[in-house]
Design a protein around this ligand. Structure first.
Ligand SMILES: [Zn+2]
Length: 256
């Protein structure tokens, strides 16, 4: 419902599609108007209204302008607090083509946005590049900073994702990310001979690029670094827990 999402729908699918979307979700948000709040957004830094549907949560409570919700505001705070004006000296990769963090991260020296579409590695779409985090097309030591939000839990080869992160980060660089907070780290599903084998009841997460939802292959909790050792990365929680969900921000820092 944020202006940024409405504008994107108009550009990609036309004004009628945008109007249909507003008419579909508008009443749900209007029913939650008592929960709307006026405050400054930590992501776009505007004074804004945080709108919320009547049945909403921290995940669906979002900035009317940039669509940032709790996890994107936490990431924005962490990035600004950690890098400040130095962001302009950093080469940045974000594993999301339409993130509300775009306004923050575009201050980077370079800013690459990526999306994932099976079998399309390297293809370009709407200024973003298709990348598989377990087989990135970038050269070694390409980036100072990688950002992702609610991506890693969907990667079957999480160990390979971290080794690729370590490969494309420069020494001292970092992958800062969020995943849904869980009590402990465990594999929920795996792929064997091309088939998904469920080790836990299937858990599908909503995704704007995938209307049927995407399967979570992992629960990720505070023991992540012990369960998935990454020799070239120091993996730790750098912010949180905050809010009803106990949200945290993670950092995987490449050893110098
Ligand atoms: Zn905002």
């Amino acid at each position: 419902m944020a202006f940024s999402k409405v504008w994107r729908t108009i550009r990609q699918r036309g004004p009628r599609a945008a109007l249909r979307k507003i008419l579909a979700v508008g009443p749900v948000y209007l029913a939650g108007v008592k929960k709307w709040r006026l405050r400054r957004c930590q992501c776009c830094e505007r004074m804004t209204i945080f709108i919320e549907p009547y049945n909403g949560s921290a995940e669906s409570r979002s900035c009317l302008f940039c669509s940032a919700n709790e996890r994107y505001e936490l990431l924005a705070e962490e990035i600004r607090g950690r890098y400040g004006n130095r962001l302009s000296e950093l080469d940045v990769l974000e594993l999301d083509p339409h993130s509300p963090l775009r306004n923050v991260l575009s201050a980077g020296r370079t800013y690459v946005r990526s999306f994932y579409d099976e079998g399309c590695n390297g293809a370009q779409r709407d200024g973003a590049v298709c990348e598989d985090i377990t087989a990135l097309t970038f050269r070694d030591s390409s980036f100072d900073l990688i950002i992702s939000s609610e991506v890693l839990e969907h990667v079957p080869g999480l160990e390979k994702a971290f080794s690729e992160t370590a490969r494309v980060l420069k020494p001292g660089g970092a992958h800062i990310f969020t995943v849904p907070p869980r009590k402990s780290t465990k594999r929920r599903a795996e792929i064997v001979d091309g088939k998904v084998i469920h080790l836990e009841p299937p858990d599908y997460h909503l995704d704007p690029l995938c209307p049927q939802g995407i399967l979570a292959f992992w629960d990720i909790g505070p023991d992540l670094a012990e369960v998935i050792p990454s020799p070239r990365l120091t993996v730790r929680i750098v912010k949180g827990p905050v809010g009803d969900l106990g949200r945290v921000v993670w950092m995987a820092e490449k050893t110098k």
